[in-house]
Design a protein around this ligand. Structure first.
Ligand SMILES: Cc1ncc(COP(=O)(O)O)c(C=O)c1O
Length: 388
C-alpha cells in the first residue's frame, strides 16, 4: 500500500498549524498558572487568555468584551440557544431554526421544546438554502431567537445571513449563527453579517480541539448554562483551558490573515474534484449548491453504492474522506441534511464528502480521481441494481 496519506476531511477537523502548536507549547509546560490566581503565574496566564480574546475579537470585528470562551462549537451553540431562551422568557417562547442545523443547535431546540418552548424548523430548497421570506413569515410576536447556520458542515451550503439579519433586526428578534464551518473560509465580520451571536470552534481552523467561543453582541441577554466559579463574566464557569485558548487565538489570527488566500487555494481544487467526478463517473450528482458553497466542500452522491464502503476503500489507498458529518458517520444513520434536501433515504447512503485544506495540492486531487474511479466501478459491480 502507498504510505502517502491525503487528508480530505477538514470539515471534521483540521491538522494543527505549526504556528498554533508553537504558541501553545509553553502553556502545556512551564506556563501552567490559573488565570484567576493573583500571583505572577496566574497573571501570566490571565495575560495570555486576554491576548487570545483580543485576537479572536479582531478576527470577528468584535470587541474583546463580547467574546466568551467555551469548550468548542457544541457548547457555544448550546449556550446561544438555551442561554438566550432562558434569559428572555418574558420576550416570548418561540425559536426559529432550520432543519439542516448541526445537532448542537437542533438538540438544544428539542430540549427547550420539552421545557415548554416552541420551535419552528424551516425547510430548505433542494440545494440546501433557506428562503429568507419563509423565515420572515415564521417570525411571530412571541419569537425570541432565530438560529441559522452560516455554512453547512455536510453539503457546504452558505446561507444568506445578511438578508436574514436584516429581517431579524426589523422584527426585533435575536439572531444566532453557527459559523463553525464559515470561519477561515468566509468573511466573518459580525457587524457586516449583523448577527447577535456567532459560534466558532478552533479545531476546524487548524487549532486545538475542545476550544471555541460564542460571540455575544453587547446588550444581548444571555443566561449561563454552566454554573460554578463565575469565570467568563459568570457566563461560562470553569477554569479556562489556557493552552487551548492560546491556540485558538493563534488560529484566529492566522485565519483572518489567510482566509482569502486559503479560499483561493482550495476553490480551484474543489472545482477540479467536482468536475472530475461528475464528468468522469456516471450516475453521480453534486449535493448542495454549486455557487453558494464553501470553497473547500465537495459532497457527491453515487448511485447504487454505500458511502461507507467508498470511504473504507479510499482509506486503504491512503485517502481520508467521510460520508457526511463525523457524527452521522458513527451512528450509521442517513444524514438529516441530505434527507432535508429531498434526497430519498436509499440514495442518501451513497454520499461522499471530501473537504479540502491548506496542505492539499492538485496532485492530491488527481490521485483521488485516479483511485476513486475504479473503486466506484468495483463496488457497483457488486450491486444488483447497477445497470452496468
Ligand atoms: C457546523 C458545526 N457546528 C458545530 C460543530 C461542533 O463543534 P465542536 O466539535 O467544536 O463541538 C461542528 C463540528 O462538527 C460543526 O461542523
Amino acid at each position: 500500500m502507498d504510505k502517502r496519506r491525503i487528508y480530505l476531511d477538514h470539515a471534521a477537523t483540521a491538522p494543527f498549524h505549526p504556528e498554533v502548536t508553537e504558541a501553545m507549547l509553553p502553556y502545556l509546560g512551564e506556563r501552567f498558572g490559573n488565570p484567576s490566581s493573583i500571583y505572577s503565574e496566574g497573571r501570566e496566564a490571565r495575560k495570555a487568555v486576554e491576548a487570545a480574546r483580543s485576537q479572536v475579537a479582531d478576527a470577528l470585528g468584535a470587541d474583546p468584551s463580547e467574546i466568551f470562551f467555551t469548550s468548542g462549537g457544541t457548547e457555544a451553540d448550546n449556550l446561544a440557544v438555551i442561554g438566550t431562551a432562558r434569559a428572555n422568557r418574558e420576550r416570548g417562547d418561540h425559536i426559529v431554526t432550520t432543519v439542516i442545523e448541526h445537532h448542537a443547535v437542533l438538540e438544544p431546540c428539542h430540549y427547550l421544546e420539552n421545557e415548554g418552548f416552541r420551535a419552528t424548523y424551516l425547510s430548505v430548497n433542494s440545494a440546501g438554502i433557506v428562503d429568507p421570506e419563509e423565515l420572515r413569515e415564521a417570525i411571530t410576536p412571541s419569537t425570541l431567537l432565530v438560529s441559522v447556520m452560516y455554512a453547512n458542515n455536510e453539503v457546504g451550503t452558505v446561507q444568506p445571513i445578511e438578508q436574514i439579519s436584516a429581517i431579524c433586526r426589523e422584527a426585533g428578534v435575536y439572531l444566532h449563527t453557527d459559523a463553525v464551518q464559515g470561519v477561515g473560509a468566509l468573511d466573518v465580520d459580525v457587524n457586516r453579517l449583523g448577527v447577535d451571536m456567532l459560534s466558532v470552534s478552533a479545531h476546524k481552523l487548524y487549532g486545538p480541539k475542545g476550544t471555541g467561543c460564542l460571540y455575544v453582541r453587547k446588550g444581548t441577554k444571555l443566561q449561563s448554562i454552566i454554573l460554578g466559579g463565575g469565570q467568563e463574566k459568570r457566563i461560562r464557569s470553569g477554569t479556562e483551558n489556557v493552552a487551548g485558548i492560546v491556540g485558538f487565538g493563534a488560529a484566529m489570527r492566522l485565519a483572518v490573515r489567510e482566509w482569502k488566500q486559503r479560499s483561493e487555494h482550495v476553490r480551484p481544487l474543489r472545482d477540479r474534484l467536482i468536475d472530475g467526478i461528475l464528468q468522469g463517473i456516471p450516475y453521480t450528482r453534486l449535493n448542495g449548491d454549486r455557487e453558494s458553497r464553501l470553497p473547500n466542500n465537495v459532497n457527491v452522491l453515487f448511485d447504487f453504492i454505500e458511502g461507507e464502503a467508498i470511504c473504507l476503500k479510499l482509506d486503504f489507498q491512503g485517502i481520508a474522506a467521510s460520508t457526511g458529518s463525523a457524527c452521522s458517520s458513527e451512528s450509521g444513520e442517513a444524514s438529516h441534511v441530505l434527507l432535508a434536501l429531498g434526497i430519498p433515504l436509499e440514495e442518501a447512503h451513497g454520499s461522499l464528502r471530501l473537504t479540502l485544506g491548506r496542505e492539499n495540492t492538485t496532485e492530491d486531487v488527481d490521485y483521488v480521481l485516479e483511485k476513486l474511479t475504479p473503486i466506484i466501478e468495483e463496488l457497483r459491480q457488486m450491486s444488483p441494481l447497477y445497470p452496468g
